[in-house]
Design a protein around this ligand. Structure first.
Ligand code: HEM
Ligand SMILES: [Cu+2]
Length: 517
């Protein structure tokens, strides 16, 4: 009877004896969906830290008026790389990671439909990230034309940024197709769409958006690249373009149409997976079935559909006619309907549940509260006249962080704590998780809430120095300082999360069969 133990001991010895080369080779060649999921998650959190460090520089610079630690061009590079990385190298890939790990088992599949393409999608992100970080382009995450043209921004930074984003986009499309084929073709027999877990529904809606929107971004980036490098005139009206094609000039506004046709849906590409997570977490933690399953699934697709019909709300001040703009105002406000369905169904699920106040639930409820604030400030911006005041101001920075930090990142933390026991087989430290939640909640509101007032007081986003503004609006001093203090608290509180995850991964208590019983 000693035999199995001996084999086991040998296997363990073999595992320990693996050199780092063998381990590296294993991870670099794996096509297993769980391992690729982990690669995505580790990659994304690395860029959360790096882009978060840039945010600390930004807020340190803005803590007081006048230049302090950065200069103007460095500042522009930092907020651009911060925005680009947070979106394309953190939030979007991190949910691809969790979905890689969980979608196949949730639908009874052994792996993704195309495991090698899955690996390719991940490995493309590395050179892409390197290009974006080496490039340090200073054109915002939006890369507006004609700023990206070589006439205005020479050097190779923007080329690297464009090429990097084309690779990120290609990786996204490969992932989107893979999820759709997996969900459509590899479900276990008998698992109809109406029986699928809502996280799978969310990934299905997200993947439809990825597959429909991302090619438009990739195309637009390619055109901008051609404008820069072979002198085409898609987005440029001045210089050589005015001379050589007078009757057929390019149009910088065309860039905005193409960019926002992708980038508004991208907001939902970043939020629908978080909603999917909240759909899984809440029923489990309040020990009640989800209220309104079908409505929740349809609402995901409702949001995805409307998400494609609203992009012009980013362009209310570009001189389009009112007739062109008005439908987009109403369409934008209509997103509140499916979103409201979700919010009220979550509240109805929690209502009279037997509530288990553990960390995943705290972050899920944090998601509902903060995402709702971001949604409400969005309705103000959707109103054309109000947007004339808010456009390009710090109000927008407040809004976008309530949606992306309050929404996507809170949902992401709910996922991370909720699935930590499944992925590692161990429990995280509950008390540290709760402290992390509280510190994040306080830090996040302290950082971003004052930005609404900073914006209303007349400070524009992408501002490096507000010495002139402060002469007119003295409140900008204390408000900016408050926001910076919040940012340092927010940054520091993430260390609690990383400490908890790393220590618990090796030393945490073994997870019981049902960690949330
Ligand atoms: C760690 C906490 C964070 C802090 C303190 C922070 C701070 C800031 C600040 C101050 C700006 C405005 C810079 C300017 O306009 O001059 C900014 C821009 C931005 N942030 Fe963050 N941020 C944080 C996290 C995030 C996250 C999690 C995301 C997205 C998932 C994000 C996405 C963006 C984007 C897209 C921009 C716009 C960049 C641009 O104007 O092109 N940030 N951030
Ligand atoms: Cu939008």
């Amino acid at each position: 009877m000693a035999y199995p133990t001996v084999v086991k001991v040998r296997e363990e010895a073999a595992l320990e004896a693996r050199t780092w080369r063998e381990v590296a080779y294993h991870w670099m060649t794996t096509t297993n969906h769980k391992e690729i999921g982990i690669l995505y998650i580790v990659f994304s959190f690395t860029f959360f830290v790096l882009a978060g460090l840039l945010a600390m520089f930004i807020r340190a610079e803005l803590a007081t008026p006048g230049p302090t630690i950065l200069d103007e061009s460095r500042y522009a590079q930092f907020f651009s790389t911060h925005g680009t990385s947070m979106i394309f190298l953190f939030i979007i890939p991190v949910f691809v990671g969790f979905a890689n790990y969980f979608v196949p088992p949730l639908i009874g599949a052994k792996d993704m439909a195309f495991p090698r393409i899955n690996a390719l999608g991940f490995w493309m992100l590395l050179p892409a990230a390197a290009m974006i970080w080496i490039g340090q382009a200073d054109v915002g995450w939006t890369g507006y034309a004609p700023l990206t043209n070589r006439i205005y921004t020479p050097g190779s930074g923007v080329d690297l940024w464009l090429a990097g984003l084309i690779m990120v986009g290609t990786s996204s499309i490969l992932g989107g197709v893979n999820f759709l084929v997996t969900i459509f073709k590899l479900r276990r027999p008998g698992l109809t769409f109406w029986k699928m877990p809502l996280f799978v529904w969310a990934m299905m809606a997200t993947s439809v958006m990825v597959v429909m929107a991302t090619p438009v971004l990739a195309g637009a980036l390619t055109l901008a690249f051609l404008d820069r490098n072979i002198g085409t005139c898609f987005f440029l009206t001045t210089g050589a373009c005015a001379a050589h094609s007078p009757g057929n000039p390019g149009d910088p506004i065309l860039w905005q149409h193409l960019f926002w046709f992708y980038s508004h849906p991208a907001v939902y590409i970043m939020v629908l997976p978080a909603m999917g997570v909240v759909n899984e977490v809440i029923p489990k933690m309040v020990r009640k079935p989800l209220y309104g399953y079908k409505a929740m699934a349809l609402a995901l697709f409702g949001i995805a559909l409307i998400g494609f019909l609203v992009w012009v709300h980013h362009m209310f001040t570009t001189g389009l006619s009112l007739t062109a703009r008005a439908p987009f105002m109403f369409a934008t406000m209509a997103v509140a309907i499916p979103t409201g369905v979700k919010i009220f169904n979550w509240l109805a699920t929690i209502w009279r549940g037997s509530i288990n106040f553990r960390t995943p639930l705290l972050f899920a409820v944090g998601f509902i509260a903060l995402f709702t604030i971001g949604g409400i400030t969005g309705v103000y911006q959707a109103s054309i006249p109000v947007d004339y005041k808010l456009q390009e101001s710090y109000w927008v920075v407040a809004h976008l962080h309530y949606v992306l930090f309050g929404g996507s990142v809170m949902g992401l933390f709910a996922a991370a704590y909720f699935w930590f026991p499944t992925i590692t087989g161990r429990m995280y430290n509950e008390r540290l998780g709760q402290i992390h939640f509280l510190a994040t909640l306080v830090g996040m509101n302290l950082t971003f809430f004052p930005m609404h007032f900073i914006g209303l007081s007349g400070m524009l986003r992408r501002t490096f120095d507000y010495t002139n503004e402060i002469a007119f609006w003295p409140e900008l001093g204390p408000l900016n300082l408050l926001s910076s203090i919040g940012a340092f608290l927010l940054g520091a509180s993430q260390l609690i999360f990383f400490y908890n995850v790393i220590v618990s991964r090796y030393k945490g208590k073994p997870a019981p069969a049902d960690p949330w019983a």
